[in-house]
Design a protein. Structure first.
Lengths: 200, 474
């Protein structure tokens, strides 16, 4: 899964990104202002976006509106300092899927991001089952017929993405786009290694 | 209805004036009826008195002696209550008296007169006539000469009084009915007339912090009495809305400014705790947290300064003021920003023109100059200069200008720079460490001393801030 964080407070963005990479094994990109965020959303198929409201150049609300106007269905979670009903209602009506008020709990943000990702893929449960294979995205465990399987972080990333799209044919390009951040092309040869590792 | 009600007062006024009118009407009606009936009675009595005179005849002896022919006495005016009369001749004396005569009543002839009397509990109207000629004619002269008559005729006024009373009752009842109708009418009219006030109250109750507009139907708004009320209400609402929006924006901005460093701090600590880290990672995390706390601390300090300045501006904090020379005060502020200026290789040039005395808190004013100077230095290119000029504008006005040759302020931003938390470009000012509060604090303090602050700027060339302060001339 690949997420985008649009946040001008560099340290906050870095903390969220680190958390998402470490505990959810997501690929994470960071944009520091609204314009960069909008460009990134328009040129990459993110599985979810975490969007701050107060941003330089283009504020979060405008980014949200433009993304929805262009017809993109990317799940978006908005970070806001305001928790009054009116602004929350305005946010959701503008096309936000969820929101969190600052200061938030990092664990809650991760759980909400995961929920948005699986909803975006048409899934509801954090525990995915394909035939005899179980993938639990909440605690990142994989088992087959009740027997736990140990995977590397990258192997898990690949498997998690495939498990979210059971029965679908997933191209290598699609996998690359969703599993790596900005510099995915240089990893393009590595993907076969992970796939063969998973097949084994 | 509450005791103090316009409607009630109006209706009371209407009913009271109508009641007075009714009372006057009843009284007039009664008096007029009485007068009319009495004059009719008078006429009838005169006619009867004259017909009594016709009953006085001369004797056949041609002396002039008279007698009263009582066979043709006219009937009483009120058949149920007999009239009373007496006839005298000037020589013959009392000629006749009615059969019924009230006891203990003695009457004598005299001049023409009529009056009311009460004889034996019966009210009478009495008519006295004198020098009434005898109508009977005889042939030839009378040896003792002709005689004249005095007549008293009295008629009971019981019936007249009854009639007057009846008329009075009829007029009073009719007036009362009209009065009640009038009151009802007034009630409805006043109620209808005051209905726009009800509309005004209802619409005013609908005004809320979500919807500040007072909507009145045009026909209500154009009523002469309502129009000024509605207008001043709308003006007040507009003022309230402005300050409400300002406060709300301030709160939203303050929330954002406070919550962001807290969010950063929290996320740093939480991500540190997510898994075991190396001691280097912990050290980095703790150092970052410390920086965030320091930023939070600075922001709190600025916000408290602003709150204090604004309270002071509203006169809530009156302190003991001392006499300050603005020249010295400004020099102290320049000393404070000296190290910042040196680090950017910027020169601060002060030109002074005589003493400028002012009563105030020296720290307040130093804060104003420090804020202006810091901005000037920050937005100047390295190695440039900031010019401070102190002058006496009029006899009682100091004029201080702070001129820099920096980046300037775009004209669309110029009207907003004194607003709280306003920052032209957030990324730029965040890098310089400002919160967008310095100019707001300066403005609040300058205004607290009855002064003004304004800015002129040419983008790319520089900015000039001008402060005018009233001086202590006493």
């Amino acid at each position: 899964m690949r997420l985008l964080i649009v946040e001008d407070e560099a340290r906050l963005a870095e903390n969220i990104a680190r958390s998402l990479r470490e505990t959810a094994a997501y690929a994470v990109d960071v944009a520091a202002d609204g314009e960069a965020g909008l460009n990134a959303i328009e040129s990459n198929p993110y599985d979810a976006v975490i969007l701050d409201l107060m941003l330089p150049k283009l504020d979060g609300m405008q980014v949200l509106e433009r993304v929805r106007q262009s017809g993109r269905r990317t799940p978006i979670l908005v970070l806001t300092a305001r928790d009054d009903k009116e602004s929350v209602i305005a946010l959701l009506n503008a096309g936000a899927d969820d929101y969190l008020t600052k200061p938030f709990d990092l664990g809650e943000l991760l759980a909400r991001a995961k929920a948005l990702v699986r909803r975006g893929k048409g899934q509801a449960s954090a525990a995915l089952t394909i035939d005899d294979l179980q993938v639990n995205t909440a605690d990142r465990t994989v088992s087959r017929n009740g027997r736990a399987i140990t995977l590397t972080a990258m192997e898990y990333r690949v498997l998690e993405y495939l498990a979210h799209r059971p029965g679908a044919v997933v191209s290598k390009k699609e996998l690359l786009e969703h599993l790596y951040d900005y510099n995915w092309e240089k990893f393009s040869n590595v993907i076969e290694v992970y796939i063969s590792g998973l097949r084994a | 209805m509450q005791p103090n009600s316009i409607q009630r007062r109006l209706i009371a006024t209407v009913v009271l004036s109508q009641s007075l009118l009714t009372a006057g009407l009843v009284l007039t009606g009664v008096l007029y009826t009485y007068w009319r009936l009495l004059s009719t009675l008078d006429t009838s009595m005169q006619a009867r008195a004259l017909s009594l005179a016709a009953l006085v005849r001369y004797n056949d002896n041609a002396t002039g002696d008279v007698y009263f022919d009582d066979t043709m006495v006219p009937p009483s005016i009120d058949p149920a209550r007999p009239d009373v009369f007496a006839v005298w001749a000037n020589r013959s004396g009392l000629l006749a008296r009615s059969d019924i005569w009230p006891s203990n009543v003695e009457l004598s002839p005299g001049g023409d007169q009529h009056w009311n009397a009460k004889w034996g509990h019966v009210p009478y109207h009495v008519l006295r006539m004198s020098n009434v000629p005898i109508l009977d004619r005889v042939e030839g002269p009378l040896s003792k000469g002709p005689q004249t008559l005095s007549i008293i005729y009295a008629s009971p006024t019981v019936r007249l009084r009854q009639q007057v009373r009846a008329a009075g009752i009829i007029i009073a009842v009719a007036s009362l009915v009209l009065l009640v109708l009038m009151a009802k009418f007034a009630l409805r009219g006043v109620g209808k007339g005051l209905a726009p006030l009800q509309t005004l109250a209802e619409q005013a109750a609908l005004v809320s912090t979500q919807d500040w507009e007072l909507r009145l139907p045009e026909e209500v708004e154009q009523i002469a009495e309502i129009e000024p009320v509605a207008r001043s209400m709308k003006e007040t609402l507009a003022r309230l809305q402005r300050s409400f929006v300002q406060q709300r924006d301030f709160l939203a901005n303050a929330a954002h400014e406070l919550k962001t460093p807290v969010a950063v701090l929290k996320s740093t600590l939480q991500s540190l705790l997510q898994r075991p880290r190396s001691s280097d990672e912990y050290r980095t995390g703790l150092n970052q947290s410390l920086e965030d706390i320091e930023r939070l601390e600075r922001l709190l300090q600025w916000m408290l300064r602003l709150a204090r300045a604004e309270q002071w501006a509203h006169g809530a904090l009156r302190r003991n003021l001392e006499l300050i020379d603005l020249n010295a005060n400004c020099e102290e502020a320049i000393e404070r920003v000296r190290s910042l200026a040196r680090s950017r290789n910027t020169q601060i040039v002060l030109s002074r023109n005589g003493p400028l005395l002012l009563r105030g808190d020296p720290e307040d004013l130093r804060l104003v100059w420090t804020n202006l100077l810091e901005n000037a230095v920050r937005y100047s290119p390295e190695g440039s200069r900031v010019e401070v000029d102190l002058a006496q504008d009029k006899r009682d006005l100091a004029r201080l200008t702070f001129k820099d040759y920096g980046v300037g302020i775009p004209s669309e931003e110029l009207p907003h720079i004194f607003e709280r938390f306003y920052r032209g470009d957030p990324s730029r000012t965040r890098a310089t460490g400002g919160f967008g509060l310095g100019l707001a604090i300066a403005k609040a303090l300058v205004e607290a001393y009855g002064g003004t602050i304004s800015a002129e700027s040419t983008p790319g060339k520089g900015t000039c801030m001008t402060v005018q302060l009233p001086l202590d001339t006493g």
